[in-house]
Write a protein that binds this ligand. Structure first.
Ligand SMILES: CC(=O)NCCS(=O)(=O)O
Length: 349
């Protein structure tokens, strides 16, 4: 049995799973999203250049990816530190920080933030989507990728003495590219060796989540210890959602706080409101999937920080939990979603 077995690995070391408390399973504390810049609507170029003014906040909420500066969350460490202190005060205990290679993972900063605030932070191993893979990454064999991912969890990552506690978010697009397929196979092989949690960013197509699980399963991955992220912008039909849920992964609704009319990466998508997200959680609980649901905000742009009038990392604890209770999700079930399910997922086998 490895020293990781039965434990959770944070950036400050191993902890007992019961220490985690309320956990957001998909956040970013420092990263760049420059890879996913989307040009502003015609005529809005001037706003995009200088958007951090009161009168532009609505524009920024509707067009978060159309302003270069908004994509540089790594410039906001002091604000994020304040947010984490507020998160603790609101009853939060742990954050899974999903920044992987390709979007500027910064482990020393994560370690310092955890030390400064007392929030447990769990870092992610592996690679984001294809457009962030370097030529060297694209040339690697599955075996080489597996060795790197295993080493980021078992030994250290990015030349630091810090170890990752989950694999992911592993980025995939739609269709899934050859390089992303290799990373998925490496993820499954590493998970087999380590017995560790895995978390996936699927492409923006309803078929994408199941296809990712198929690739992982074929490579020996443990689907019951895998989280499918971003379901709120990926699967919309209740029947399709139940079909997907049957495959056995965790079901993550992690865009709480994001309300926008036109989702630029796929205009077919109608981004749900927070009320609609809560309704879907209640549906999944009623259908017997209460042990599989996870929630988060996936903060990855500046405008979502409270400093800029955003909802911040405490939005779920402060605003969504009361709404869940109001819509008939029991306190016991809320505790499962916030405490028990993350704990079981994050504990090494
Ligand atoms: C950082 C990240 O991957 N966020 C997801 C954004 S998306 O629009 O839901 O794909």
């Amino acid at each position: 049995m490895s020293e990781l077995s039965g434990k959770v690995q944070t950036v400050l070391g191993l902890v007992d799973p019961d220490q985690l408390g309320r956990t957001m399973t998909h956040e970013h504390l420092t990263m760049t999203f420059a890879c996913c810049y989307f040009p502003p609507p015609q005529g809005d170029e001037a706003v995009a250049e200088n958007p951090f003014q009161m009168q532009h906040m609505h524009w920024l909420r509707q067009n978060p990816y159309s302003c270069h500066e908004n994509l540089l969350l790594q410039q906001e460490v002091p604000a994020v530190r304040d947010e984490l202190l507020a998160y603790r005060k609101a009853g939060g205990g742990t954050i899974v920080e999903n920044t992987t290679t390709g979007i500027d993972r910064d482990l020393p900063t994560l370690k310092q933030l955890s030390k400064d605030t007392g929030v447990h932070v769990i870092a992610g191993a592996g690679y984001y989507v294809d457009c962030t893979h370097t030529e060297a990454t694209k040339r690697m064999s599955v075996e080489k990728l597996t060795d790197i991912i295993v080493s980021e969890v078992l030994h250290r990552a990015d030349g630091t003495d810090i170890r990752c506690g989950v694999i992911g978010e592993i980025g995939t697009g739609w269709p899934i590219t050859e390089s992303e397929r290799k990373v998925l196979r490496a993820t499954a092989h590493a998970q087999t060796q380590l017995g560790c949690p895995v978390i996936i960013h699927p492409g923006r197509n309803p078929a994408a989540p199941a296809e990712v699980l198929r690739i992982l399963q074929e490579a020996g991955g443990d689907i019951s210890k895998t989280v499918m992220s971003h379901l709120d912008r990926t699967i919309f039909d209740d029947g399709e959602l139940l079909e997907f849920a049957k495959l056995g992964s965790y079901l993550e609704y992690d865009l709480f706080g994001t309300e926008m009319l036109d989702y630029p990466y796929n205009l077919e998508v109608d981004m749900p409101s927070d009320s609609q997200r809560v309704k879907t959680l209640a549906f999944l609980v009623k259908e017997g999937y209460g042990d599989k649901v996870l929630v988060a905000h996936d903060i990855h742009t500046k405008n979502r920080l409270t400093k800029y009038g955003g909802h911040g990392y405490s939005h779920i604890l402060k605003n969504i939990v009361p709404k869940m209770l109001m819509r008939g999700i029991s306190q016991h079930q809320v505790d499962k979603i916030l405490i028990d399910n993350p704990k079981h997922w994050l504990t090494f086998k």
